[in-house]
Write a new protein. Structure first.
Length: 253
């Protein structure tokens, strides 16, 4: 039985093209309608505003719609700075406030830093594959390690999430199969039991090698001018202090 939820959440794997767009948007300006009587302004209205009222101004190389705002894309920093300095764009119909584009704007931010352990039950044998884990969990946690035990039918995932309760308890794993002129969706219910993953505490001493010996010779008896020299050397260290006594006859130089 498929889920009836009206809320969909997908995790995007940013590729080279999308990463390049993020860099390009560093020279983009958000134009936000602040006086917009009906009808709602369109991209064509913004293009007409530049063409009719800002002919001497640098022109955007592209204007796109990110409802309810418009994104003005420029191809160099000079033109970007000039238009941004206007603070507003206006004509006899609409007025827009201007602000630098940021990809953090109008989004919900989450910090994933809680280590979790997830036991997944119900994955069918033909879908017992790491791809199934990504489909189920990518929107909710960062998968760091996993074990797939076919004998028990349980897949255990270790990862990082917003919280233990942020991982759904139930889920649905689906795949399509074309049959004649239709596509049949096969859906399997799965359950996910999430617990806090206990990480062994590391102490500062764990990151250092065993203490070394700082050995220094200490001469207890000065050398006499004549006769036998009875000399005692003591070798001392951090952890132990072995003592070595040497008796030797030394000839007068």
């Amino acid at each position: 039985m498929a889920s009836n939820s009206t809320v969909a959440r997908g995790m995007i794997d940013l590729g080279d093209e999308m990463e390049a767009t993020i860099v390009r948007l560093q020279l983009a300006i958000i134009a936000k309608p602040i006086t917009a009587p009906p009808p709602v302004p369109t991209t064509a209205d913004v293009e007409a505003m530049f063409a009719n009222h800002y002919q001497a101004s640098p022109q955007p190389v592209e204007i796109s719609y990110f409802p309810p705002d418009f994104v003005l894309q420029f191809d160099n920093k000079k033109n970007y700075d000039i238009v941004l300095s206007y603070q507003i764009l206006t004509d006899n119909k609409y007025t827009f406030s201007l602000a630098p584009w940021t990809h953090d704007a109008r989004c919900h931010l989450e910090a994933w830093k809680i280590p979790v352990n997830i036991d997944i039950h119900g994955i069918p044998p033909h879908a017992f594959h790491p791809k199934s884990l990504s489909v189920l969990l990518d929107p909710y946690c960062d998968i760091e390690a996993y074990t797939m035990d076919k004998k028990s039918g349980i897949c255990t995932v270790k990862g990082t999430a917003r919280s233990v309760s942020s991982i759904p308890v139930t889920g649905f794993l689906s795949y399509p199969q074309r049959t004649g002129y239709e596509i049949v969706i096969h859906t399997f219910p799965v359950t996910m039991q999430t617990s806090l993953l206990t990480i062994p505490r590391r102490y500062s001493s764990d990151w250092h090698q065993p203490p070394h010996f700082d050995i220094q010779p200490i001469c207890n008896n000065p050398r006499p001018k004549n006769g036998n020299n009875k000399k005692t050397l003591t070798w001392s260290g951090n952890a132990i202090e072995p003592y070595l006594k040497l008796n030797s006859k030394m000839k007068e130089e």
